[in-house]
Design a protein around this ligand. Sequence first.
Ligand SMILES: Cc1cc2nc3c(=O)[nH]c(=O)nc-3n(C[C@H](O)[C@H](O)[C@H](O)COP(=O)(O)OP(=O)(O)OC[C@H]3O[C@@H](n4cnc5c(N)ncnc54)[C@H](O)[C@@H]3O)c2cc1C
Length: 592
Amino acid sequence: MSSESRENSEKSSRVSRRVFLSSSAAGVAGIIVGGIIGSQAFPREVRTTETKIETTTLTKPTTVTQTSTVTTTIIAEPAILTPPPPIPDEKIAETVNADVVVVGAGLAGLMAAYSAGEEGAEVVVIEKHKGPNVRGAHINPGPAGKLFKEAGITVDYEKAVREQIDIISGNKVNEALVRLWLANASKIVDFIADLARANGIPAQVLKPKTYLEEAWKDWPRPTYKFSNETDFDGVAQLAPLLEKIAKDKGAKFYYNTRALQLIREKNGRVTGVIAQDAEGRYIKYNARKAVILCTGDYSSNKDLLKIWAPPEVARLADLPNRIIYPMITPTNTGDGQLMGVWIGAALDEQPHCPLCYIMPGGDVGFAISALAGLGPGKGYMLICNPFLFVNMFGERFTNEALPWMWVINRVLQQPKAMYWAILDSTWEEQVTKHGGGYRRITNPELGREFLDGALKSGAAVTANTLGELAEKMGVPVETFKKTVERYNELCRKGVDEEFGKPSRYLVPVEKPPYYAIQGIAVLLNMVGGGLKVNTKLQVLDKTGKPIPGLYAAGNAAGDFYGQYYSLVVIPGLSHSRAVTFGYLAGKNAVKT
Ligand SMILES: Cc1cc2nc3c(=O)[nH]c(=O)nc-3n(C[C@H](O)[C@H](O)[C@H](O)COP(=O)(O)OP(=O)(O)OC[C@H]3O[C@@H](n4cnc5c(N)ncnc54)[C@H](O)[C@@H]3O)c2cc1C
């Protein structure tokens, strides 16, 4: 596919995501619809209605009456968005009453259960999975983090927030929610850090290497991590601790129980949830005060990815091993968003913000362990270093030295969302000069470990000539050779006229043996699209009014991320929002 036709198919699949309403003379709408249907990622019902309209124009001295036909074409919402029939009372096997019903026992749900209990409420937690679900590396403490103070670190959060809102989110977020996070995160995250330390978990500052370039030199900013060994899965250790403090406040947990439908009374109030346990029994959970949706995101639901995520991310759903959540939390299927939408809640406009990343190709075990920091390279990867990158056409496609969130956006646009990093035998010397940058390898020993692992796993190939290398990569030999020739020419000039990579990274690829390491785009963390909430974390309806008795926190809530979620601007923001807003939602649910 040429790059032009790739871009065209991209544009048309974006158009297909909207409900398309066109009023025009008969025939025109039909043509538009025909163009759209062919590229739809998700099947939708198409309805066309024709209305005859008589228009009388009063013009002196004659009156003219004209008849025209208006054709309205609606591409209907997918069936998944249609509310299912209510589960009737006679099917309910058990009823449980509480003040507050929390749905989901991730970070947001655990903190909501704890804080509602702290307010003296009777709390139940319904969780689809067999236990609480917590994962990942870090939690951002916000501006007054105690451990930052301990380490003598200051972070300019005003700058970070402006970058997050204005640059990363395209000013598409509700700033009041970001400010709510900013004002409350530190005390809640520090409470968690103290709890961790008191239980032998080494809560500490994670200070990653920063980029050399002036424009990105504050990135990645520091955050908190909860492990000495690796920056990967420290946060998971918090699950039993948070479950325990919630239980100590009286919360009761119902695991292997999936919330299916919200109960909304005629007066508009949400009064409970109907759920199903592992035996298939329906249980009604009545909430005297409120239901708090903490059901996380929808990365494990391919159908929702295809209608709500950006098209380039939706495409990943059809490639093997590209969506990380199902491997870790298969229960995150967007149930909270759907249950809310079914009773009239407003959802973030689409496409929603994804957090994509890259991992090496090759066998999945190697790729995941390299990404997780548990295997070769310890979380640093040569595919993050600014070598020459080519796509499967053998063409260069980006400034390779940009921060990862920008590089990944171009990788996602390449066929199969993959690329090859091209190294020659001088790579060890080069990496020592690459300096900072997220996950870049600067230590040749780590680099060797990573490269050996990549060669063994099938993620890398090596050859003594460029032609042989291209053949092993499966890219067109002549195009690849021309790309390298042109790149080398730019390196010799010291000016990247094609993509503007800084000259310090421009080193010709000319000394065999050559290596090519495959990088693939993955949806790493989440798709950050949730139900619209106000600063009390009450879920809003489509007119912007709070739905009485319904709250949301964590990824089930929206209006917080615009176009991208960044791993480098405010790392650990997603966990931090989950614990902060979970805590606040629990308090608010009891007080209102
Ligand atoms: C591999 C990986 C690494 C990550 N690393 C980081 C990191 O280092 N830093 C960071 O800030 N973020 C990270 N994230 C993202 C982060 O984990 C989430 O954004 C965050 O935990 C969201 O918290 P939550 O409470 O909203 O949802 P979750 O923690 O996802 O919890 C939602 C819970 O709701 C349950 N649930 C869903 N539907 C129902 C239902 N119908 N009934 C009952 N229960 C239901 C689910 O089973 C789940 O337990 C990572 C994500 C992944 C996948």
